[in-house]
Design a binder for this molecule. Structure first.
Ligand SMILES: C[C@@]1(CC(=O)O)c2cc3[nH]c(cc4nc(cc5[nH]c(cc(n2)[C@H]1CCC(=O)O)[C@@](C)(CC(=O)O)[C@@H]5CCC(=O)O)C(CC(=O)O)=C4CCC(=O)O)c(CCC(=O)O)c3CC(=O)O
Ligand SMILES: NC(=O)C1=CN([C@@H]2O[C@H](COP(=O)(O)OP(=O)(O)OC[C@H]3O[C@@H](n4cnc5c(N)ncnc54)[C@H](O)[C@@H]3O)[C@@H](O)[C@H]2O)C=CC1
Length: 191
């Protein structure tokens, strides 16, 4: 079954990271950068985790740690991850089990964020290295000024709503507005 793509708004949301090694740290950094309240539970933690953990518990995982978490990352040794997965399943919380694709109920995505847009890629755990390559390829083809595209589309949308433009008429109008962006740029740069 293919995964259902969603974009999580994590600001202020409790996310449990079990494990304190390099893999846990990489996930925790990303979660922190997206506003999550990151709770780390691990006997030993790498130094850079301290900066991103809102709570740091230097001890082994206990089932109660899952309480109140919206999402769990299991990044400890495999037997611990299995227990974490089991507890998360019991409490109906999504879990990214970094060492066991079959047991994930969510996958980390390769993300490209630019100009207020987010693009995310998954291979359902079959080919993370390919997913990373594709992300880099998209970085090369998505234009640096895509934020201007988004702004044009955002502004156009307000006028469509105000003017009651039917949804099916909006796309050609948007394409013309985006074209006009470059007409203006070219006209002004040739002056
Ligand atoms: C299931 C999943 C769970 C999760 O971690 O979320 C998972 C699992 C595993 N990854 C492994 C290895 C690697 N992972 C990467 C890279 C990324 N892995 C990510 C996600 C995911 N990895 C989820 C599925 C995503 C999907 O495919 O849909 C990305 C997209 C996002 C992120 O990490 O946040 C990030 C790219 C970010 C970017 O560049 O944009 C590279 C390549 C590299 O680093 O260049 C390698 C080495 C090459 C290789 O092994 O292929 C191993 C083997 C460990 C071992 O053998 O010891 C396992 C476990 C297993 O396969 O059993
Ligand atoms: N998804 C991915 O991209 C990748 C996943 N992995 C997998 O990720 C996992 C973690 O990798 P590393 O960070 O390199 O591991 P590591 O061995 O450096 O760290 C393990 C961490 O787990 C903690 N830990 C041990 N027992 C615990 C317990 N009972 N409760 C809570 N924490 C406990 C340790 O204190 C330590 O912080 C491994 O299973 C590895 O196979 C590895 C490479 C890539």
């Amino acid at each position: 079954m293919s995964p259902y793509g969603l974009f999580l708004l994590l600001e202020g949301k409790r996310v449990l990271v079990v494990g304190g090694g390099p893999v846990a740290a990489a996930k925790a950094r990303e979660l922190h950068a997206h506003g999550a309240h990151v709770v780390v539970v691990a006997p030993d933690v790498v130094a850079d985790l301290e900066a991103v953990a809102a709570e740091l518990h230097r001890r082994p995982f206990v089932p109660q740690d899952v309480e109140g978490a919206y999402l769990v990352i299991a990044a400890a040794p495999p037997p611990v991850n299995r227990e974490v997965r089991h507890v998360a399943d019991q409490r109906a919380v999504f879990v990214v089990a970094v060492d066991d694709v079959a047991s994930c109920t969510a996958y980390g995505a390769a993300r490209l964020e630019r100009g207020g847009l987010t693009i995310a890629i998954s291979s359902s755990g079959t080919a993370p290295a390919l997913v990373a390559l594709l992300r880099r390829a998209l970085e090369a083809v998505i234009p640096d000024d895509v934020e201007r595209w988004r702004e044009v589309a955002e502004n156009a949308r307000s006028s469509w709503k105000a003017a009651g433009i039917p949804i099916e008429e909006r796309r050609p109008i948007l394409l013309r507005a985006l074209d006009a962006l470059y007409d203006k740029t070219e006209a002004s740069s040739s002056c």
